[in-house]
Design a protein around this ligand. Structure first.
Ligand code: 8YV
Length: 315
């Protein structure tokens, strides 16, 4: 039987690539030198796109595939998929929610702890012999009992807040409307007010045009010289230039970031800052979660081509 042809936007681990290749003819966009020529060549026979959260599928890619029926995203975020183009042509879109929630929340909390307690510098202190040579590591900052603000109380924001509650932190959150939450979590609609009432501000919003730069210079100023921002969502939710300015001047205490504009290339200003913790977009990056994401990506494709309901539909 002829296999259905798909466009594969980015690489997957071997354990996903095998089953994907067994089920479909996957045209590897990421390996093509001349992307436009490759799209012109394979696009006409492509019926599905398999992509990754940060890569998505843009208008040109979608337009190059006139028989496209479905886009399956390996990731919860689908902000890089041109949804308007999909809606206009009735193209279905799926993502991988839920399976990655716990890991992204774990990393967000780990980043807060590592940065507040200076663990990266402390490890280097021990490893380099400075502990023995120069003495005790400088004192760091307490986490437990402090004020946490969670900007965006979706699946991941809620999982972060639940973890923070176990650190006896005071939880406030911002979302479009109050949610059904434990009685001691405070709803603060305005992000500037939320930042003003936070020592640690977690950015856990699904990115969209509406949330672009929601963490702007005003929010950053409200968080202040003792505050820390932790971003595990998308770089676009945060005004990176305003963030860098504030980190350099000391107007913001520190930041712990898993996502960057133009990643994996970073603004070189980040590397010069002592008050940032930088992570390589690895919120969902555990063996367990990536396996579950790969399986869900394929299951959505299989369901579509079997005429069954999509498991985790976006559109
Ligand atoms: C990436 C993510 O998809 O879930 C998301 O939206 O950004 C991540 O899980 C991951 O880097 C795999 O591409």
């Amino acid at each position: 039987m002829t296999k259905i042809e798909i466009l594969q936007v980015g690489p997957y681990p071997d354990w996903d690539q095998g089953p994907l290749d067994a089920a479909f003819t996957a045209h590897r966009y990421f390996e093509a030198q001349d992307k436009a020529a490759f799209l012109a060549q394979v696009g006409p026979s492509v019926r599905a796109i398999a992509t990754r959260g940060e890569l998505g599928a843009n208008a040109a890619m979608i337009a190059a595939c006139p028989k496209l029926e479905v886009i399956s995203v390996y990731g919860v975020g689908y902000d890089a998929v041109d949804l308007a183009a999909c809606r206009a042509r009735g193209i279905r879109v799926t993502n991988t929610p839920d399976v990655l929630t716990g890991d992204v929340a774990d990393l967000a909390v780990a980043m807060m702890l590592a940065q507040a307690r200076g663990m990266i510098g402390a490890e280097a202190w021990v490893r380099s012999g400075s502990w023995a040579g120069q003495g005790a590591y400088p004192l760091q900052n307490r986490v437990w009992g402090k004020r946490a603000g969670v900007l965006g109380l979706g699946r991941i924001g809620r999982a972060v807040a639940r973890r923070l509650a176990a650190f006896d932190m005071q939880i406030a959150y911002s979302s479009t409307a109050p949610k059904d939450v434990p009685a001691d979590w405070t709803y603060v609609k305005d992000p500037v007010d939320l930042a003003r009432h936070s020592d640690f501000l977690f950015v856990t919003l699904a990115a969209s045009v509406a949330t672009r730069h929601i963490v702007d210079a005003k929010v950053i100023a409200a968080l202040g010289p003792q505050g820390m921002v932790i971003n595990v969502s998308r770089a676009a939710n945060l005004d990176e230039t305003a963030l860098l300015d504030a980190l350099e001047s000391g107007a913001l205490g520190s930041a712990a970031l898993d996502v960057f504009e133009g990643e994996p290339a970073l603004n070189p200003r980040f590397a010069r800052l002592p008050n940032v913790l930088l992570q390589p977009h690895q919120g969902s990056g555990t063996h367990e979660t990536r396996r579950a994401m790969g399986a869900l990506l394929r299951d959505n494709l299989q369901a579509h081509f079997a005429g069954l309901a999509l498991i985790t539909p976006v559109l």
